[in-house]
Design a protein. Structure first.
Length: 209
């Protein structure tokens, strides 16, 4: 990896071990610079300083991570934001950086979704999902009514994944199955010989609770 346009902006004697670099005033009006978060902008300056030791060249990622005092994953994430200033002769290196950054972004989005907690589906969502899984609107309505009446609780725990619960419901609704619907099981033990409490514990486990 190397700094873009290094010779254009840092035109000093390459034989000297420079202890300074040039920062041009036009940076003040560089939109890409102002888009950077505080860490990325700080690390860009550090990359300029490190590159000054080797005529604009940056070391391989592991060494660069050490010099920046960041983890390897943090370094990849930062470098992915600096493509306006950094280029790579080996496209595989930056490709790996961008891929890792993309994975990190998806993980962060997933974590944010998980923090939001469970969002109960409306009946149209349930009907659509049941039909996609080969069931029908009637079963979708039974499922929705049942869990709506329970406040979308599985036992004493809030449901986490209604789609997983609906898949289990659909399996139980198919003919020639040992178990029947929860609404029927509430009144009696099923063919497995379970009590309602035992059935409820099994539903909870099947729903990922």
């Amino acid at each position: 990896m190397k700094i873009k346009n290094w010779k254009k902006f840092q035109h000093y004697d390459e034989s000297r071990n420079m202890i300074w670099i040039k920062v041009y005033k036009e940076l003040l009006d560089d939109l890409e610079w102002h888009k950077l978060d505080p860490l990325a902008s700080k690390m860009l300056v550090n990359c300029w300083l490190i590159a000054s030791e080797d005529n604009g060249e940056l070391p391989e990622l592991e060494t660069l991570a050490f010099r920046l005092r960041l983890s390897l994953s943090e370094t990849k994430k930062v470098i992915s934001k600096l493509n306006h200033w950094i280029k790579d002769d080996d496209s595989n290196v930056l490709a790996e950086v961008y891929q890792d950054a993309s994975l990190d972004k998806r993980r962060e989005e997933k974590k944010r979704e998980e923090k939001k907690g469970f969002k109960k589906p409306d009946i149209k969502e349930v009907e659509k999902y049941f039909n996609e899984k080969g069931s029908n609107d009637d079963e979708a309505n039974k499922f929705h009514d049942f869990y709506e009446s329970k406040g979308w609780m599985v036992g004493k725990v809030k449901m986490k994944d209604w789609e997983a619960a609906s898949r289990n419901w659909i399996k139980r609704s198919k003919p020639n199955k040992v178990s029947s619907h929860p609404m029927d099981q509430k009144r009696t033990a099923n063919n497995r010989g379970e009590t309602y409490k035992e059935q409820e514990a099994r539903w909870k486990k099947e729903a990922g609770q």
